[in-house]
Every structure is written in C-alpha cells, then in structure tokens.
Design a binder for this molecule. Structure first.
Ligand code: PLP
Length: 423
C-alpha cells in the first residue's frame, strides 16, 4: 500500500475488499451504500453474475488480440449492439479504454474528417464554460473547468468557451424556458461568427452536465437550436455522454430526450459499469465514409483498443440495460429518487435546486435561497460532506468549484439502477 501513488496524498483511504449489489465493504467490515456509483460508473451495482460470467467465459477463450492485426467476436457484437441503440445516423463504433480516450478520439476524428473533406483551415473547437471532458491534455483543453485546467494551460491546445444552459442561475425573470434555451444556444452562433465559420471544427457538450455542476440538463429546445446552428456552418456536433450515457438519465443515450442526433458521441463509465475499463467513440456513417474513401486510416490508436475482455463485459452490461430492462428502471427509480429528494429537501433553507434526469440527480447548496448566494469556499463544504457521508456509510459525489464564473456547491447522486426504494 505504501507505494501506491494516491490521487489525494493527504488522505488515508479505507481498503475496499468486497462489493455486493448497491454496497461496497471495507476491510473493517463497514458497508457503504454506493450512492454515486463512484462517479456514475456502477450502473448495475457490484457483483453482477451475468457480467462476471461473460468476463470469465471470454478469458477462457481469448484474452487479447491487437486490433492492428485481428478483430474479435466480443468487439464486433458490442459495436452492433451499440449502433442498434444509437441516435439516428450513428453507424460506427471505435472502442477505447475510457472516457478521456474516447474524447481524444472524437476530437482527432473531427479534425481528421475536416482534412479528408478538404477543409484544413478548420482547426478550432468550441465548448462550454460548464464542462468536463476528461483529464488528458486534449480533453482537458476543451473542458471549461478553470481549476482543473489552470496548471496545464501553458501546455494545452485550447478551445473557446460559451455559456452553459444553466437554467437555475441564468434564466431571467419573465423569460420562458424556450426563449432562454434559444438565447444561450445562439451564443454558439455568435462564437462561430467571431472565430470565422471556416475555422471551426466542432462544438463539444455534455447533454446533461456531470462533474462540474451536478446533473444539469438543458432546457427543451436548446440542443435542437444547437444542431441547427452546427448544420448551418458545417460544424460537427460532438456530444460527450461519458457520464450521462448508458441509461443513466433513463434513456440509453441522454440526447434522445433532447431530440437531437450528434455527428460524434462518446460513452464510457456505464459501458464497463466498473467491471472493465472501456469507452467508445461513435460516429456517423458520413464521417466514417470520408475516412474510408479518403486516407483509409484513422490516425489514433492505443494498445488496448477494443480489448476482448472489456468488450465481453460491456456486451453483458448492454444486454442488462436493454433486454434486462435496467434503463427503464433508471427512469422509474430516478423519478422516485427525485420525489424523495424533493420531499426531504424541497424546503431546506440551504438547498437551492434539485435537478437531473433518471438516476442522475443533484442538489445545489446555497447560503441563501432568495439570492442564490453560494457558501464561502473556506467552509470546504464538499470535503466535509464527503467525509460525513462516508462516516455514515454513504458514498456520494460532492463538488465545490467555480461554475461559469460563480461559486457553487453540489452533490451528485448516481446510484446503481438496481437500487431499491428503501436503499
Ligand atoms: N467526459 C465526461 C463528461 C466525464 O464526466 C468524464 C469523467 O468524469 C470524462 C469525460 C473522462 O472520463 P475518464 O475519467 O474515464 O477518462
């Protein structure tokens, strides 16, 4: 243990020894209700027999086959399953080993697509100030979280950032949801025009914002207007569903509820459901054909692409989410969770907003509900909440940070879809 390099070098973490259903257990026998699935990872809970059997059976047959030489049954069938549930036009699946890698692949594919179609002057990405797209330098560069970016700013490719769709803080008095959605979406058009439409590759956004602000969905119509703007200027719409995809919001892809289809979409966390590290970047047939009829080679590849064992696990996960009905359960139990949170905290003087979709929910804390004033950073609310919850046997995902220029404190809840009402 003493040689593991922990992310927080100051903390003494409990030793996890077992997981069962919605619970994790440490070496002292203490149980923790996994209320955030790590960070929206464990959608099936722990020790799912189907996924474990799929991993065992794959390992008995084939451990690894490098995708430069061979494909595998588990990768082929996973891609077929994902496309069967994907938004309209999405036809190809690039299997990677996690979320950041999926985003890197998406950014590189988008740039390469512009080269293949003879538009090399397109070199820029636009994203939103309220976003997290991963920790590798490309993904971090497109993300809007200033605190996470700060140390690496000088060595990153950067994107420009527009306002998020953050109804709780930004919708003005008297403004309808619809006009609010159009107003903030139009910031994309303004930014494209400012940069010069011929220089923009793509717009990257999470349909429901996760790690920066806690389960913030867009208002109705926002993403449809975004899609329109992208189409007008030949800009690719890249949706990052690494956290909010895979049934987390109650539909297999979160963007189904926004009634848009992206050109590229990334998924990860719930795809492996914690059983294997895996992610995927899915793209439209149009983009794939441009590569196929152009250079014939996507200039991006990591050694563990399409790992057969990870793909076998993900196949079993997708089957549980679709045929097994767990995506529908996420919608149903998520509705119950929202009701329960509202009943418990709806009148709480320090809970400003309760939001989210499906089993992806959050509370936003405020010092004053009237003014929506956040708490002082010195209070270290997130760290204290995390410690208090763990002390009481609950894992949840509190965050404190600067959200779109304003401080905010939130707690994200992303329980396994198998959770019972009592839990
Ligand atoms: N994109 C989003 C929306 C995320 O929430 C995350 C992780 O939290 C990532 C990308 C990066 O994924 P990973 O941590 O698997 O690299």
């Amino acid at each position: 243990m003493a040689h593991v390099f922990p992310r927080h070098t100051t903390g003494n973490l409990p030793l996890a020894v077992r997981g069962q259903g919605a619970y994790l257990y440490d070496s002292n026998g203490k149980s923790y209700l996994d209320g955030s699935g790590g960070a929206a990872v464990s959608c099936l809970g722990h020790s799912d027999p189907d996924v474990i059997a799929a991993i065992r059976s794959q390992l008995d047959r084939l451990d690894f086959a490098h995708t430069g030489f061979l494909t595998s049954e588990s990768a082929e069938s996973l891609a077929d399953k994902l496309v069967a549930h994907a938004p309209a036009g999405i036809d190809r699946v690039y299997l990677v080993s996690g979320g950041s890698e999926a985003v890197e692949a998406a950014l590189k594919l988008a740039r390469q697509y512009m080269l293949e179609i003879g538009q090399p002057e397109r070199t820029r990405f636009i994203a939103r100030r309220q976003s997290y797209h991963g920790n590798t330098l490309g993904a971090l560069g497109t993300g809007g979280n200033l605190w996470r970016r700060a140390p690496f700013d000088p060595v990153m490719v950067s994107a420009s950032h527009i306002a998020p769709c953050y109804e709780y803080r930004d919708r003005q008095e008297g403004e309808s949801q619809e006009s609010y959605g159009q107003r903030v979406a139009n910031e994309l058009e303004a930014e494209i025009l400012r940069l010069g439409p011929e220089t923009v590759i793509g717009f990257l956004a999470e349909p429901v914002v996760g790690a920066t602000a806690g389960a913030v969905p867009a208002v109705k119509g926002y993403f449809r207007r975004i899609r329109e703007i992208c189409d007008t200027y030949g800009v690719l719409l890249i949706l990052d569903e690494v956290m909010c995809g895979m049934g987390r919001t109650g539909t297999f892809f979160a963007c189904e509820q926004d009634e848009v289809a992206p050109d590229i979409v990334t998924i990860a966390k719930g795809l492996g459901a914690g059983y294997q590290p895996i992610g995927a970047m899915l793209c439209s047939d149009v983009i794939y054909r441009a590569i196929e009829t152009g250079s014939g080679f996507f200039q991006h590849g990591h050694t563990y692409l399409g790992h057969p064992v990870a793909c076998a696990a993900a196949n079993a996960v997708v089957t549980r989410l679709t045929e097994g009905g767990l995506t529908d359960r996420s919608a149903e139990m998520g509705g119950y969770l929202m009701q329960a949170l509202t009943a418990e905290f709806g009148d709480h003087p320090h809970v400003g907003d309760i939001r989210g979709r499906g089993m992806f929910r959050a509370l936003e804390f405020v010092a004053d509900r009237e003014t929506k004033m956040p708490f002082e950073p010195e209070l270290k609310l997130a760290a204290r909440l995390k410690a208090a919850a763990m002390e009481n046997g609950l894992i949840c995902y509190p965050m404190s940070g600067t959200i779109d220029g304003q401080r905010g404190d939130h707690v994200l809840l992303a329980p396994p879809f198998i959770c019972t009402r009592d839990q």
